[in-house]
Write a protein of this length. Structure first.
Length: 281
């Protein structure tokens, strides 16, 4: 009788051990093995794309999370309803909610994390804009959509070029760590012909140019800094006659060379010494 009791206890223990071991293996397989995903539905091509992507070091279940309870509900639903199982969120919805887990405080896969990038900090953390509003899924690489800025920042053409043709990040470095979205060199990266050294070289281009409003610079931009000059001496006289500042002061060059002075003055009147220009005569 005692032997029979001991044998029964041993069988129960072995059964519990068997359930525990295989239960653990089942858990590990479903929660931590990417191969599990290919056993449920046809995702072979997506699986191969994931292996070649920048996120290949992240297992599927890290982003496409599906809990044990949800798995069993799906299994029961499939058995009970056949081809009409319950819908799950692990495919296209939940992964976007998992981005922040890796990109919150560490540099991951070569990209700058939200709290180390001013653009991400402002949009993702402060404004609570979802990652999928700017990024799209392209074979698990998740590049940003160059037209996504237009969803919030409407009518922000640059010199008449639409956002679809000229991405905002060409001028506004989104991954910049310092909270300045308009760095001084944003224009000279493309406009190499602009002199690096002259009387106005230390000014930021946006003092004169308003890229999202109008392209042509007029006297209004000059008067922003030179209001006093425009009302004194011959500058004032010329200004009242409607002569544009840049008729004489050529953009990005500004200073009038000696050989140009005689020619410019002679267009309207006899040449006079520029030294007297600040006086009324």
């Amino acid at each position: 009788m005692k032997i029979h009791h001991n044998l029964k206890s041993l069988l129960i223990a072995l059964t519990i051990l068997f359930i525990f071991v295989y239960g653990y293996r089942y858990y590990e397989y479903t929660q931590n093995d990417p191969d599990f995903c290919t056993s449920c539905h046809l995702v072979r091509e997506v699986y191969i794309d994931w292996q070649k992507s920048v996120h290949s070091s992240v297992i599927c279940q890290k982003c496409h999370e599906i809990g044990i309870i949800e798995q069993n509900r799906k299994l029961i639903s499939f058995v009970a309803k056949g081809e009409d199982p319950i819908s799950l969120t692990h495919g296209r919805q939940r992964p976007w909610l998992k981005c922040i887990d890796c990109h919150q405080s560490t540099v991951f896969q070569g990209s700058v994390s939200p709290d180390k990038s001013f653009g991400h900090a402002k949009h993702a953390l402060k404004e609570k804009i979802e990652c999928k509003q700017c990024h799209y899924n392209e074979r698990h690489n998740l590049p940003y959509d160059i037209t996504s800025c237009d969803k919030c920042h409407h009518n922000k053409e640059v010199h008449g070029i639409s956002v679809k043709e000229f991405s905002c990040v060409n001028c506004h470095p989104f991954l910049r760590r310092h909270p300045v979205m308009t760095p001084p060199d944003k224009c000279t990266k493309c406009h190499h012909e602009i002199p690096k050294k002259n009387s106005k070289s230390k000014l930021s281009c946006h003092y004169c140019h308003k890229p999202h409003k109008r392209e042509k610079v007029t006297n209004l931009e000059c008067l922003f800094c030179h209001k006093t000059e425009a009302n004194l001496g011959q500058h004032g006289t010329h200004h009242k006659k409607g002569i544009e500042c840049m008729h004489c002061h050529k953009p990005h060059k500004w200073n009038i060379e000696a050989k140009e002075k005689n020619k410019l003055c002679s267009e309207c009147h006899n040449f006079k010494d520029p030294k007297t220009f600040i006086y009324i005569f």
